[in-house]
Design a protein around this ligand. Structure first.
Ligand SMILES: Nc1ncnc2c1ncn2[C@@H]1O[C@H](COP(=O)(O)OP(=O)(O)OP(=O)(O)O)[C@@H](O)[C@H]1O
Ligand SMILES: [Mg+2]
Length: 375
């Protein structure tokens, strides 16, 4: 596995003939004096998918609306294929930006047929060429049979797929998508998602996809931009963002997270699970040691004893099962720890459902722990 996907992205971006398809520089948007988008910069290459991932209200949709041109930034610039599209003095109108939009609150034209809706954005080409493009797209989203129907005859998910076909039809250079798959059921979603992605990649579009679902971002993105409170707090290939999170919230965004609290002494943090390295953190600092449930190892209790400590796993600590639930591809087992009564979450592949009250020993994989100063 490549050690550093970010380096790979940077290498690609550094090639001289590769101008970003979309570049935003230091975008700021304030409402009543409060910056809801606060100095956001992004570069997206042709054929690249970047996911803007973050909690509700962090400024994702506002960022997209400024790029689309339906909302003005207070400062910052937007560039497309090396040309300035918008700054505080100059502004290309939305309809001339060749940007495709697929927003949360998409709306089809009720008085137009499905074909009419999809053909709406097609300016060039003969009648036959337009019809062929409409048929091709409706086929890709598996709705060809509804071509002469009207929106009100379709389910919510079907309408959403029509909206997707409509957005894709003019082969936009940039596609902005705001939770475009949220209304689809799981089974349908995976298929549509992959189809949409391959269509956009074929066209070499740059895609900025907003989501608050980490699974969706991991599945779709070449690059993830983690957004919080109007700022991008971390940016990189999914592998790097997942394995080298910048803080506790970044860990918790992708999975459940366990936290141990400790104080640093001699660049080490002492815990019931043994010592953790805290390089560069001054003595006396309180730290959070954060790890994901899948990085806890479980061992059975043998007459009150657990496994021996090891350098990679540290010291085992004992807990009793509080509850165990089967989640499909794994089981989630929660423990109440003997040493302080705290709860720790663990996951085990497949089925493992020990009875509540059962004592077990837990060890934490050192190389998968993150040590952050407490706030
Ligand atoms: N027109 C407006 N006037 C005042 N405040 C606004 C306006 N539009 C958005 N906001 C505020 O800006 C912040 C960011 O909103 P935005 O819609 O960008 O969030 P989001 O990240 O897309 O959230 P969600 O995931 O819920 O869609 C929110 O706190 C919101 O209340
Ligand atoms: Mg939004």
């Amino acid at each position: 596995m490549p050690d550093d996907f970010d380096q790979e992205l940077k290498d690609k971006a550094a090639l001289p003939d590769r101008t970003p398809r979309l570049e935003i520089k230091n975008l700021v948007r304030r409402y009543e004096g409060l910056a809801v988008v606060d100095d956001v910069s992004l570069r997206i290459m042709p054929g690249q998918v970047t996911c803007l991932l973050g909690p509700s209200g962090c400024g994702k949709s506002t960022t997209l609306r400024m790029i689309a041109g339906v909302e003005m930034q207070d400062s910052g610039e937007i560039w497309v294929d090396g040309k300035l599209v918008c700054d505080t003095h100059f502004r290309v109108p939305p309809e001339r930006r060749e940007i495709g939009l697929m927003f949360q609150d998409f709306a089809l034209f009720p008085h137009l047929t499905v074909a009419g809706n999809v053909a709406f954005g097609l300016r060039n080409g003969t009648r036959e060429e337009k019809r062929a493009r409409v048929e091709e797209l409706l086929d890709r989203v598996d709705l060809l049979r509804f071509i002469d129907g009207y929106p009100h005859q379709l389910s919510g998910g079907e309408q959403q797929r029509v909206a997707l076909a409509r957005a894709l039809a003019p082969r936009p250079r940039i596609m902005l998508m705001d939770e475009p798959f949220s209304g689809l059921d799981n089974r349908l979603r995976d298929g549509i998602r992959d189809q949409t992605l391959s269509l956009l990649k074929e066209e070499d579009s740059a895609v900025l996809l907003v989501t608050h679902e980490p699974d969706e971002a991991m599945r779709m993105a070449d690059e993830i931009a983690l957004m919080r409170g109007g700022k991008i707090v971390q940016q990189g290939a999914p592998y790097n963002v997942y394995t080298r999170p910048v803080d506790q919230a970044a860990v918790a965004f992708f999975s459940d997270a366990n936290v141990l609290h400790a104080q640093v002494n001699g660049a080490l943090a002492q815990t019931p699970f043994g010592q953790f390295l805290a390089p560069g953190i001054p003595d006396g600092t309180y730290v959070d040691i954060v790890f994901r449930p899948q990085h806890v190892r479980l061992d059975f209790d043998r007459a009150g004893k657990g496994p021996l400590p090891t350098p990679s796993d540290g010291v085992p600590a004992r807990g009793v099962v509080e509850r165990a639930r089967f989640m499909g591809h794994e089981s989630l087992v929660e423990f109440r720890m003997d040493h302080d009564g705290s709860t720790l979450k663990t996951t085990v592949p497949n089925v493992f459902l020990p009875k509540p009250g059962k004592a077990m020993w837990l060890t934490v994989r050192r190389d998968r722990c993150f040590v952050f100063p407490s706030h």
